[in-house]
Write a protein that binds this ligand. Sequence first.
Ligand code: ZN
Length: 296
Amino acid sequence: MPAAETGFDQVLGFTVPGRNARGRVVRLGPVLDRILTAHAYPTPIRHLLAEALVLTVLMGALLKDDDGQLTVQAQTEGGIVDLLVCDYRAGAVRGYVRHDAKRLSALGANPSLYALFGKAYLAITFDLATSGQRYQGIVPLEGASLAAACESYFAQSEQVPTLIRVGVRSSPQGCIAGGLLVQHLPEGEEGRERLHVRMDHPDWEHVAAIAGSLRHDELVDPALSLEALLWRLFHEESEVRIDPGAALERGCRCSIEHYQAVLSRFAAADLDEMRDETGTISVDCAFCSRIFAIPV
Ligand SMILES: [Zn+2]
């Protein structure tokens, strides 16, 4: 165990070499509050976004490319939630949810995923900065949770057995959300060339049973460090390697300079269309709930 243990807002990577398993674990605290307080979301939407942000960090932390980006987008037509977007790049995480507040208020305190989205799809996109490659998997947003849909993404699109657990706890002091992702990569294989996914490998069955025993309250317990959490799960294994990952921050690329650069690629006639009566162009950053007046 390292001397300084990990509490909030940092990812830990881990591998269990004897089982060919690897994973990521995270607990979001102040960073999550900074993201949520940019919006005045009702509780079910805060919970949904908190879960989505944990998943985004867990999957983003799988990128080997430090400047790569992971984007999670859930979309539907006519749902109470019609769009959810989160992304992760180099430890910077952000997200927002577009929803119909009036219809949501009729749902009660704990709406199901289906009640929120209806028939929806989840798109997971990995953008690799160094090679410029992009790969995207799209799965139906089914099952009980966003985490379950992400598990099916890994099974269907990447052929990698994956277990994900997420816990969210809100209190007047703030919101805490934690998550664990663990995968089976036999013989260290990390490529995408597998033809079928094998869920019944004895090593994977063992790891999945152990990781599946993790309770939501352990994920969100600030008194339990992430190292202690992994120790609880895997202390009977001959070896568990831990790699401290990125420190997390609430990150957005919106700035007047950024939007000026984007708008500079538009034709003059299009820019004229966008101007208001004072001659400025307003751009809305949905991630920050902020409107920027861009002098162009
Ligand atoms: Zn922004």
